[in-house]
Write a protein that binds this ligand. Structure first.
Ligand code: 5GP
Length: 187
């Protein structure tokens, strides 16, 4: 069902693209795959704040990895509200060293790939044992740089999506589905 909000003198409409049930079903599949791939290993699951928090929380509960630990990294990208600028700022660093660790980076969306490239370059200098990327969404049409994605939830077309962690102007992160933003002037 569409979500309609009146804000700042116009109407914002969130038109569903991926339902909450579809997201949860895909997370179970990803969870099984990741648990198999890392069976018996010590994995550090890294959430990239803020967009990946809902995905992170649900995916972690779908993993069967008793030795798993977690950490958080804050990133914010400059630029317009609905386009990636590729200029990234580290707003919160990891709380512990990652040298010799198996990293599973959990992201909300890979669009241009510039954010992930920045992260990978930054992490490589800290000499982890391995790095894999798990992204809920991938927009191949936006690609500027190639990044290796080991686990992808959904491949989507080139639209600005919101919900399930993803924001528009910091709103809609709490929405349980993923939708496309549409705007209308008030009558
Ligand atoms: P990239 O650097 O790959 O272009 O984009 C990564 C970041 O841009 C994401 O982590 C996310 O914060 C933001 N982003 C890219 N596409 C979208 C989108 O469709 N919706 C939202 N809400 N954010 C996006």
């Amino acid at each position: 069902m569409e979500l309609i909000t009146e804000v700042n003198g116009r109407i914002e409409k969130l038109v569903p693209m991926i339902t909450a049930d579809e997201i949860q079903a895909r997370i179970q599949e990803l969870g099984r795959q990741i648990s198999q791939d890392y069976a018996g290993q010590e994995v550090v699951a890294l959430a990239v704040l803020k967009g990946s928090v809902l995905f992170f929380a649900d995916l972690l509960r779908a993993l069967d990895l008793p030795l798993l630990t977690t950490d958080f990294l804050g990133l914010s990208s400059y630029g317009s509200r609905t386009a990636s600028s590729g200029v990234v700022r580290l707003t919160q660093d990891l709380s512990r060293p990652i040298e010799g660790k198996h990293l599973l980076v959990i992201e909300d969306i890979v669009d241009t790939g510039l954010t992930m490239k920045y992260l990978l370059d930054n992490f490589q200098t800290r000499r982890p044992a391995s790095i894999r990327i798990c992204t809920l969404l991938h927009k191949p049409a936006g690609k500027v740089v190639e990044v290796p994605m080991d686990y992808v939830g959904f491949t989507i077309e080139d639209k600005f999506v919101v919900g399930y962690g993803l924001d528009y102007d910091e709103r809609y992160r709490q929405v349980p589905f993923i939708g496309v933003m549409e705007f209308q002037d008030l009558p």
